[in-house]
Write a protein that binds this ligand. Sequence first.
Ligand code: ADP
Ligand code: MG
Ligand code: MG
Length: 251
Amino acid sequence: MLEIKGLEVKLEEEDKQILRGVDLTVEAGKVHAIMGPNGSGKSTLSYVLSGRDGYEVTGGTATLDGEDLLDMDPEERAAIGLFLAFQYPVEIPGVGNMTFLRTAVNAQRKARGQEEVSSKDFLAMIRDKAKSLKIDPEMLKRPVNVGFSGGEKKRNEILQMAMLEPKMCILDETDSGLDVDAMKLVSDGVNALRDEGRGFLVITHYQRLLNHIQPDVVHIMSDGRIVKTGGPELALEVEESGYGNILGEVA
Ligand code: ADP
Ligand code: MG
Ligand code: MG
């Protein structure tokens, strides 16, 4: 499903190499986690996959179901089923949350050759999903993320994810700044979306999120590469002894 081969990325502004050959395959139905020390390139990987400006791919490939992601606009990537939840969700003043979601859902339907969703169906869908995520209906009317608390922004991202029903979901440090209750809610939201046809890449610095979202595979990233891959036990090893031991072993 998501296949990354030898991905090398540098910053456009400065001559600084950040990713130095990332190899990673996330199969449909699986949850892969990427852990790693601060500055190892985890966010850069998610930004490059989303198509954010400021990065130059100097080598390698990234495909979703065989389609070249690196060649597409961010909108096209979303339309074919890639979803990214960021550490810092953006605020969009002047655009109501509901309008935003409806536009996004319809853009995706169009790309898939489907008809637009009717107002009635859309309302039913959003009410149902918002309720299960304990999102106040008032929040749906407010501008996207404007004045939302950290926890509300994260829940709103999970709502977006639930509405778009993506094929591949990438969550970059969705746990940062969340209290235990909010983290539980976000994790439950993600777990509810786990499905045979859907892959997840969960990026996190800390192990605690992985107590709630059980990964199938855990990767350790360091200095722009994936240096070790294992099962859920690898996350526990990080929790117990930090990154030092693992990175020392690999070196
Ligand atoms: P992580 O998410 O693992 O903490 P990042 O991908 O955020 O790592 O950062 C990887 C490295 O790239 C760090 O050394 C960071 O300082 C650097 N970096 C990323 N983006 C920029 C930028 N826009 N300008 C300067 N340095 C950057
Ligand atoms: Mg960081
Ligand atoms: Mg980061």
